[in-house]
Design a protein around this ligand. Structure first.
Ligand code: ADP
Ligand code: ZN
Ligand code: MG
Length: 496
């Protein structure tokens, strides 16, 4: 690699507070424009903001999860600039002592050229208010202030990443983390998680280059593509003996390229000064305790624990841990299956398989999202008892799948369904021998041909005939006979 690259991200997340950060207006996406507004978030002169403590708590939860420290005192500043979607001409933000400071996060995952494993330092996390939204029609610009004053947390990283893939992974991991914490829905399309990417390149050992900021990246994939495009573009400039201009560029998702938005950059002067209408916030012991108590095991850690404790593959653990509710469901089901006698990794393997195939298919088919696992009719208890019944041979895995559907349709326990339908597997060898005898009587031609092949005919043909007879015996019991017993019984009866 001729040049070294440096990538730093600025990620904004909408916190899931019920009300806005400095007033009592409802904080919701998609409502009728300008219905969730009041003098405070409309920026009328003389009104007083009041801090939403829930926003501060959620912000601190994220900060803690990113290994940031929470300062003894944190406060707000006014960031001055003019923009039509911001009526006060300043944004209340944090500057000198943000709520989260100097943290780090380890990112881990698969890249095109092998494993990605890297520690990314977090510069800071700060709480601020979002601006309104401008909607440009052909002839006019409309303003919707529903979003003005919505709690926004900005997470800033050091320029520690080097590739578009690393940045993509960082965003994906952060997205999972804030969803696990329940503080943000992570929806990049709707803008509840937005990322700006800063990138510069330089000759190795020369340190940071002149940075370009890329905006309008509304998926983690675009973050990767935008950065990859930009690293190539900057390399070509330097190769040609030119300089990179410090500027802001927009990602154009239709053309897969960045285009210049503005060059200003060097001397941004927001004239920050402390917000005089909000007191300094001093987190007390009770507040810090409430933050600690709201934390949860983070997705990557949980994934690694699932691999180590349950013997799942990396891919299985990754898929199951994608949603916290699904990971919770998995663990609850394993616990139940173990209490009903299955060995730990056997239980985990069976549950993981079902969760990632049949159950996944059903959730998709019935339009149930993984976050609705809490009210899923196939409770962890029911899944566990079904899998135990299969493991014990009480029901075949084929009828087990039908049982699963019936549990969902009728909201009953698997054991009851199996009893009602008479789906218990037939495992009594004598009973199965009787069934095989009946099949032989009806299939005399096949039986004779097979017998004649036994003393040294075409083995392939013999196997086909065997499978045919086993299939007939299974069909005669509606799939209830245990194939592991049917096979040997067929063999036994073939002997003259
Ligand atoms: P600004 O004043 O433009 O906001 P900051 O210094 O606050 O710039 O940094 C914003 C983001 O840009 C951070 O994520 C930081 O890591 C990243 N960054 C800063 N300088 C560079 C650089 N030369 N190359 C790449 N990224 C950078
Ligand atoms: Zn308001
Ligand atoms: Mg900055």
């Amino acid at each position: 690699m001729k040049y070294q690259s440096f990538i730093g991200l600025e990620v904004h997340i909408h916190l899931l507070t019920k009300t806005k950060v400095f007033c009592g207006c409802r904080s919701a996406f998609g409502d009728e424009p300008n219905t969730n507004v009041c003098p405070v978030c409309m920026g009328y002169p003389g009104v007083l903001p009041a801090l939403n403590i829930e926003a501060m708590r959620m912000g601190c939860m994220v900060a803690k999860s990113l290994n940031c420290s929470i300062p003894e005192k944190t406060w707000f500043e006014r960031k001055q600039y003019f923009y039509p979607d911001m009526t006060k001409n300043y944004q209340i933000s944090q500057f000198a002592s943000p709520l989260g400071q100097k943290g780090w996060v380890d990112i881990e995952g698969k890249g095109r050229e092998g494993v990605i494993k890297k520690r990314v330092r977090i510069t800071e996390c700060h709480l601020e208010e979002d601006a309104g939204k401008m909607i440009h029609t052909g002839t006019a610009s409309l303003l919707d202030y529903n979003r003005a004053g919505v709690s926004l947390l900005e997470i800033v990283t050091e320029p520690d990443m080097e590739t578009g893939e690393e940045a993509e992974l960082f965003i994906q991991q952060l997205r999972r983390t804030v969803r696990y914490l329940g503080v943000c829905d992570g929806n990049m399309e709707e803008g509840s998680l937005r990322a700006d990417a800063n990138v510069s390149i330089n000759l190795p050992g020369k340190g940071l280059g002149k940075k370009v900021e890329i905006k309008n990246l509304n998926s983690s994939r675009f973050v990767r593509l935008g950065l990859e495009y930009e690293i190539v573009r900057q390399g070509e400039l330097l190769d040609a003996g030119k300089e990179v201009t410090q500027e802001t560029r927009l990602w154009n998702e239709n053309r897969d390229e960045t285009a210049i938005m503005r060059t200003k950059e060097n001397a941004k002067d927001y004239r920050f000064f402390p917000e005089p209408d909000l007191p300094v916030f001093t987190p007390d012991a009770a507040f810090l305790k409430s933050v600690e108590e709201a934390l949860t095991e983070l997705p990557l850690k949980r994934q690694r624990r699932f691999e180590a404790d349950y013997g799942l593959t990396e891919e299985q653990a990754d898929l199951i841990c994608e949603e916290k509710a699904q990971a919770d469901y998995f663990e609850a089901a394993v616990k139940q299956a173990r209490s009903q006698g299955l060995e730990n990794t056997d239980a985990a393997g069976r549950i993981a398989n079902w969760l990632l195939t049949d159950i996944k298919h059903i959730l998709h088919r019935d339009g149930i999202s993984a976050s609705e696992f809490g009210s899923f009719k196939l409770t962890p208890q029911r899944l566990a008892s079904l899998l135990v019944l299969i493991a014990k041979g009480t029901v075949s895995s084929k009828n087990g799948k039908q049982t699963l559907e019936a549990v969902l349709a009728e909201d009953k326990d698997p054991a009851d369904i199996i009893k009602e339908r008479g789906w218990e597997q037939i495992v009594d060898p004598a009973k199965i021998a009787g069934i095989v005898q009946t099949v032989f009587a009806a299939e005399q031609v096949t039986v004779e041909e097979l017998r004649s092949l036994l003393s040294g005919g075409n083995p392939k043909r013999a196997n086909t005939l065997r499978a045919y007879l086993v299939g007939k015996a299974l069909a005669a019991t509606g799939g209830r006979a245990d194939p592991k017993i049917v096979g040997p019984q067929v063999e036994k009866l073939l002997q003259p």
